[in-house]
Design a protein around this ligand. Structure first.
Ligand SMILES: [Zn+2]
Ligand SMILES: [Zn+2]
Length: 81
């Protein structure tokens, strides 16, 4: 899919298809996530409550596959000198 030429969005706009990310608390890896449920929920809530221009901030953090405790990885040895 290509965006309409001549219209460049260089600023994130909450009401225009913004994205949400899931960030790993361990290594800081960020993965884009599908949050259509949040979008529709927020939009519906705005209608129900009679609010316009409803914006939201969603912070999602977790532990990625690479940092998952269940994974058998050698524990990093701290070396302070
Ligand atoms: Zn990680
Ligand atoms: Zn959103």
């Amino acid at each position: 899919m290509r965006e309409k030429s001549g219209e460049r969005l260089y600023r994130p706009r909450p009401d225009d298809g913004h994205r949400h990310c899931l960030v790993c608390r361990e290594c800081g890896l960020s993965a884009e996530v599908e949050a259509s449920a949040v979008e529709s929920w927020a939009a519906k809530l705005g209608e129900v409550m009679g609010f316009a221009e409803v914006e939201h901030t969603v912070e999602l953090t977790g532990v990625c596959n690479g940092c998952h405790p269940g994974r058998t990885a050698p524990a990093p040895t701290e070396q302070h000198t």
